[in-house]
Design a binder for this molecule. Sequence first.
Ligand code: CTP
Ligand code: ZN
Length: 152
Amino acid sequence: MTDQQLRVSKIRNGTVIDHIPSGQALNVLAILGIDGTGGDVVSIGMNVPSERLGRKDVVKVEDRELSQSELDVLSLVAPDATINIIREYDVTEKHRVDRPERVTGVLRCPNRNCITTEGEPVDSEFEVLDDGIRCVYCDTIIRDDIASHILV
Ligand code: CTP
Ligand code: ZN
């Protein structure tokens, strides 16, 4: 696609999360804690044509870089995402997300009797499996819709 045909404008500074699976853009925003009230300047492309994926979502967040824990959870819903760091309109860094071995503190265990959800000061911790994630405290496995377990 040429510049004249860009659906979403280029940004000057910030992070472009590209190659998000179609349908996952809103989950990516949830992972980043973006609901529109915080003042972040955000552009979203949904179901945009892509050579590699057929269709993809794209999220552009201006003036912000992502933390490692945000990238870790992002990799669970967008394993093929490309993270582009933009400075003065140039792509200065481009990397893929890595599937971490564990994610700590970002997701809530669905088991109400789990020590991490009983009001104890214990951060949640999940082991990342090939087909889901497992709470290291109570062994509950989450396979589907991991994004719905994001702590807000
Ligand atoms: N981008 C942007 N603002 C800029 C520069 C780039 O929003 N100032 C976006 C582009 O629209 C694209 C992504 O950042 O979605 C990566 O840009 P670039 O590396 O130029 O594109 P490609 O070569 O197509 O990337 P890839 O090879 O990763 O598919
Ligand atoms: Zn648990």
